[in-house]
Design a binder for this molecule. Structure first.
Ligand code: ZN
Length: 420
């Protein structure tokens, strides 16, 4: 019987209202309790000064590596090697390509990998770079519903976009079809807000960015997710005149959820406005991908796509879900607010709250252990806004069903470079 003991960390398990220093005992890959007796042969890991949390869940990942071109990252780099035990790919696989996602990504990954299946036939090829692949004729409601239901173990929702470039091309039609997929499959739809596609050069429909939220709200159902509330791009939660959209309150009252979808369009200024209006997101997706996360290339890798163009985001950085947690702390949210975003709330979004996101007796031992450092760091977003934080979280290691993975991914930030 293999026993592991995480000694003396601050254990936070929001599902069971636990927040205290103690020893977490794991036997044969399952939680055996806190401060319970264990045998002398146990592997003991000193976790004093660390946070010991239910395995972190990243609700917005892009890990359909190779198939989505430069966009898809390696699952375990974003997952277990960054202290994250569960990843949810947002819109990489489609009804056509999900068998490949299952076989080549989800099955071999050490991280637990789930997906919100793309509403579009092509999925997230090259990060949705070619808008014409996403026109209404390139969705098949029946095929996507069938695929989602046939892959229910893997597929936890549907991914779609409500943004200006699409609305200027096709109006609301694509969103209407995506909402129909969500209704028929009875799965949440995760809706991207904020401009993604550039405006078309011809046949452009007039679209007031501030009406997008209103139009989409007519299509959403309880449990659907509005993503990127803190985006610096127009067409989202904050209007062009700088006000938080008046219908956000109504959306939340209807049971619609909000996911941070951090990414590179994250703006501290927008975040302060939305939080200041009283809206705290339900979940926190990191939204890392090949254009915003600098991955050290393996030696001798050929340039697959020589034209980098403006498709590459300036200032690609080292990043992780845990960095996104630090961003939330820098905005003034408390650790008690941030931990549920990446544990209990995320598990509920996946309808997996019995299985993951908590440290209850007998639960599978998905556990994330973080350094909890105090000092002064200055964080910067891609608009140049700054936020100063006195608390900086850094992944140390995680257990995935009891198997230990150190947080050694090359994409993890080095906090000393941010010291103020
Ligand atoms: Zn994304």
């Amino acid at each position: 019987m293999a026993t592991q003991v995480l000694l003396g960390g601050r254990i936070i398990d929001p599902a069971h209202q636990i927040d205290r220093v103690g020893d977490l005992v794991i036997v044969d890959g399952r939680v055996a309790g806190i401060d319970v007796a264990y045998d002398a042969s146990a592997t003991r890991i000193d976790c004093r000064g660390n946070l010991v949390l239910p395995g972190l869940i990243d609700t917005h990942a892009h890990v359909y590596r190779y198939v989505t071109g430069r966009f898809g990252l390696d699952a375990d780099t974003c997952g277990v090697h960054s202290g994250v035990t569960t990843l949810v790919d947002q819109g990489g696989p489609s009804c056509i390509t999900i068998p490949g996602f299952r076989h080549y990504v989800a099955a071999p990954a050490k991280s637990r990998v789930k997906a919100f299946i793309s509403a579009y036939l092509v999925g997230g090829l090259e990060g949705h770079y070619y808008p014409e692949l996403y026109r209404p004729g390139c969705l098949d409601v029946d095929a996507t519903v069938d695929s989602a239901l046939a892959n229910r173990d893997l597929v936890r929702g549907i991914k779609a976009h409500a943004e200006i470039g699409g609305f200027e091309r096709w109006g609301l039609d694509v969103m209407r079809l995506a909402a129909e997929v969500g209704r028929q499959a009875d799965l949440p739809v995760y809706i991207h807000f904020g401009q993604l596609w550039p405006s078309p050069t011809e046949n452009r429909l007039p679209v007031d960015p501030d009406t997008i939220f209103t139009q989409v709200l007519d299509l959403v159902k309880p449990g659907d997710v509005l993503a990127h509330p803190f985006s610096r791009h127009p067409g989202g939660f904050v209007s062009t005149s700088g006000e938080v959209h008046p219908l956000v309150t109504e959306a939340v009252a209807r049971g619609v959820r909000i996911d941070v979808g951090h990414g590179s369009h994250f703006s501290f200024a927008m975040a302060r406005q939305v939080l200041g209006a009283g809206f705290v997101p339900d979940t926190l997706g990191a939204d890392m991908h090949g254009y915003n996360t600098r991955v050290p290339p393996p030696p001798g890798t050929p340039a697959i796509h020589p034209d980098e163009g403006d498709h590459m985001f300036a200032g690609a950085v080292r990043f992780s879900l845990v960095s996104a947690m630090t961003s939330m702390l820098a905005l003034g949210l408390s650790l008690e607010q941030v931990v549920p975003m990446v544990t209990t709330h995320a598990a509920r979004l996946l309808q997996m709250e019995d299985e993951i996101g908590h440290l209850g007796l007998g639960a599978v031992a998905d556990v994330s252990v973080l350094h909890d450092e105090r000092g002064k760091w200055t964080l910067r977003d891609n608009e140049g806004n700054q936020a100063v934080t006195s608390q900086y979280l850094r992944p140390r290691f995680c257990l995935r069903a009891g198997e230990r993975f150190d947080a050694d991914a090359g994409i993890l930030p080095q906090p000393q470079s941010l010291a103020a």
